[in-house]
Design a protein. Structure first.
Length: 303
């Protein structure tokens, strides 16, 4: 199943709803006479201002859900400044929704404070769920980035290296999954101005780390079981990628290429100062424009 998720540009993961197989879970909501049970479950007690906020939403049912009840759900967000926002959450277009569905959703927090969430589906509502967002300098001390290792003017067939980096300037060791583990892939968006063209896809999964276990959340317990990377204070991790492994420029033109991913980070240890804020979901995103020509540039120099 798949639902749209509001995320930074080019990111199909804080914009694709990650649907999971339906299962009974400890969620907030109430069972109704119709058998519809909307739920809303937070991923952790507190969130960090600036991170990609994610929580779980969906519907449980005691029986088959009639087609006339499969209407879009509404998520009401009450913000710390007193304003509110309503987001529409469509039912999944694939899979079998007869018994319900579940998946990840997110909001963009503009300020620290207490938010309140309420999910309504077919007239049935969850309780209002408090979501606490905290401001902390740790958000500026751990950076995930992409860098393109080629100039803006290239020829068709040119190799374009891309470096994925995680820099730890904090006083604590950090851990995060390898790209590809837990479906933490790398999204790519290609745009051309004329003739107009756009393509959105993932970096080839076979070029990333493969692992069978894929829990919903990167917790302290599962981190020891998954292929993970540890970065000590003052150090950084780098992974070399290649644009040509995912995309080849086949026509000249002006292109914009965007690489993006979400890195789920554990900071320190579970009983440390950031235990309740973890995992912290950091967005790495970088765009580069390329003027692609059909001929190699001349090596001659002016005399």
């Amino acid at each position: 199943m798949g639902l749209p998720m509001r995320v930074p540009s080019g990111l199909t993961t804080y914009g694709v709803l990650l649907l999971i197989a339906f299962a009974t879970m400890n969620a907030i909501g109430q069972r109704t006479a119709q058998g519809i049970h909307p739920f809303l479950r937070l991923e952790k007690p507190h969130y960090l201002l600036g991170e990609s906020i994610r929580f779980w939403v969906g519907i449980e049912a005691s029986g088959s859900i009639p087609a006339d009840l499969r209407k879009p759900c509404s998520l009401t967000i009450a913000k710390p400044n007193g304003s509110s926002e309503v987001q529409q959450i469509a039912w999944p277009v694939d899979g079998n929704p007869d018994r319900g569905w579940s998946g990840g959703w997110g909001i963009e927090a503009d300020e620290a404070g207490a938010y309140e969430l309420e999910l309504e589906c077919s007239g049935e509502r969850t309780e209002r769920v408090p979501l606490i967002v905290e401001a902390d300098d740790i958000s500026h001390q751990i950076k995930a980035t992409f860098e393109f290792g080629e100039s803006a003017s290239i020829t068709m067939g040119a190799q374009v290296p891309v470096i994925f980096s995680v820099i730890n300037s904090s006083a604590f060791p950090i851990r995060f999954p390898h790209r590809g583990v837990m479906m933490e892939g790398i999204s790519i968006s290609i745009k051309r101005d004329a003739p107009a063209y756009r393509a959105d896809f993932f970096y080839p999964w076979e070029k990333l780390k493969q692992f069978a276990l894929s829990p919903d959340t990167y917790t302290w317990d599962v981190a020891t079981e998954l292929p993970s990377i540890t970065v000590e204070p003052g150090e950084q991790f780098q992974q070399r990628l290649a644009l040509e492994d995912a995309y080849q420029f086949e026509e000249p033109g002006n292109y914009s290429v965007t690489f993006s991913t979400v890195v789920t980070v554990l900071v320190g240890n579970d009983d440390g100062p950031y235990g309740l804020l973890c995992p912290i979901r950091l967005v790495a995103e970088k765009s580069q424009t390329f003027a692609v020509s059909g001929e190699a540039p001349s090596n001659s120099s002016a005399r």
